[in-house]
Design a protein around this ligand. Structure first.
Ligand SMILES: [Zn+2]
Length: 207
């Protein structure tokens, strides 16, 4: 069954994206105008509400939102001002399509970039309590946070993500760039982001 995104749904998502973006800005993970968040508005056809391009993520309003399709290109919705979506919206859509997640987070957390530098083949973690925060086990569970090479081409980046994707691990590091995480909703995706960022800081601290 297909449905279409309504302005009401898009602006409600925009309000949630603005509130979450302000939190991430407070954490120092969306410096300048970097980073972007998205929420799936409809699945069939796939439509995402994504933070608009080039704005300070600490100062977003509910209307600072764009709607994109599966390739990250903007899609018009009646009653929603057609803003330019983030250039990275194409990877958000790919993550949402592949993982089934309804919320995708992308931040430029320093720990993710440093960890990607130290462990370009992936960050191996085990026997840490905080692994429970990303749905894994605190003991005897080997967790690899994948690291993929950066690209400005979202199709290429999406292909790298797909090749590295492990359904048990809701995060991927893009080398020299930042972190993508996802979850069934923005709150859960934030908890995952906070825990992954903590785990990466921990891995760097004990290396
Ligand atoms: Zn980025």
């Amino acid at each position: 069954m297909s449905d279409l995104p309504t302005a009401e749904n898009v602006l409600a998502a925009g309000g949630r994206l603005a509130a979450e973006s302000a939190r991430y800005t407070g954490f120092g993970w969306m410096r300048g105008t970097s980073g972007n968040l998205s929420e799936v508005v409809t699945r069939d056809p796939l439509r995402l509400a994504v933070t608009a391009s080039g704005l300070d993520k600490g100062e977003l309003a509910a209307t600072d939102v764009a709607v994109v399709g599966p390739d990250g290109a903007a899609v018009a919705v009646d009653g929603v001002e057609p803003l330019v979506p983030s250039a990275e919206a194409g990877l958000h859509a790919r993550v949402a399509a592949l993982t089934g997640a309804d919320a995708v987070v992308h931040v430029h957390a320093l720990s993710a970039v440093v960890a990607g530098h130290h462990w370009p083949k992936g960050v191996l973690l085990r026997d840490v309590e905080t692994l429970k925060g990303i749905g894994r086990l605190a003991h005897d569970d080997e967790v690899l946070i994948p690291v993929i090479a950066n690209s400005q081409d979202m199709v290429e980046l999406g292909d790298r993500f797909e090749a590295a994707y492990d359904p048990r691990t809701p995060a991927v590091i893009v080398a020299s760039h930042g972190l993508y995480t996802w979850g069934p909703n923005l709150r859960r995706a934030r908890h995952v982001t906070e825990c992954v960022e903590w785990l990466l800081s921990y891995a760097i601290a004990i290396r």
